[in-house]
Design a protein around this ligand. Sequence first.
Ligand code: BTN
Length: 253
Amino acid sequence: MQIKEYYFESVDSTNNEAKKWILRGCPEGTVISAGRQTAGRGRRGHVWQSPQDEVVASTIVLYPKLPPERLSMVTLVAAMAVRKTIQELFGLEGQIKWPNDLVLKNRKICGILTEMSVKDQAAEYVIVGIGINVHNRSFPPELSDKAISLDQLLEGKQGRKTDCSQIRKTLWENFLIYYNAFLDSGDLSRLQEEYNRYLINRGRQVRILDPLGDWEGTAKGINSAGELLVDTPSGLRRVDSGEVSVRGADGYV
Ligand code: BTN
């Protein structure tokens, strides 16, 4: 697969734009990026703020030939790529909050929205949209104690210039490396060890916000299917990212 990026000053959402390109038959590896999103979307119907030229907002088009139930793992693959990119370019050691938030100083620096279309039990497409806070200096009140940007993290550090186009380039190169490792085995068995190394929840008490009732336990790490293994008094439980949200026992992480 070859990455080919198309950049727009402004779109409603790079994920929405990618879907339009899929309808027109764009090849796998097409990346839609924008300087601004007027209707950026987050998980669970949330709005994702993307002020002019302050964030990376970028979406890749994929046509994986794997059973749909395996494709939620792509989100974890993307989180690994963001972590690696920020570490390589800026020397920042982020950690992953399962399944796909990248966290620095206990705040979230990136969000990932993976969407897919399934027909006759096969995926027609998967799109992975990544938003990274880069130049933001402030956040809406509801996010002010949860979000942080690269510029805020790099304040006072010399020689680390944040450039959104460089970040996007390195990000999708790294994504491709991890994505190919995922496709080779069809699961995260090759990536699990590295993912768990950077998993902020590992060894910590987590609260699982489950529609069937919240519960708590100690996070052990992911298995090769990307499920979070949580130790509870009644035994080890597996948590699938589609169903639930995870919080630290006392807050976000
Ligand atoms: C989250 O809620 O954490 C996920 C946020 C995902 C935001 C990105 S920005 C690029 C792409 N386009 C969108 O509309 N959303 C994703």
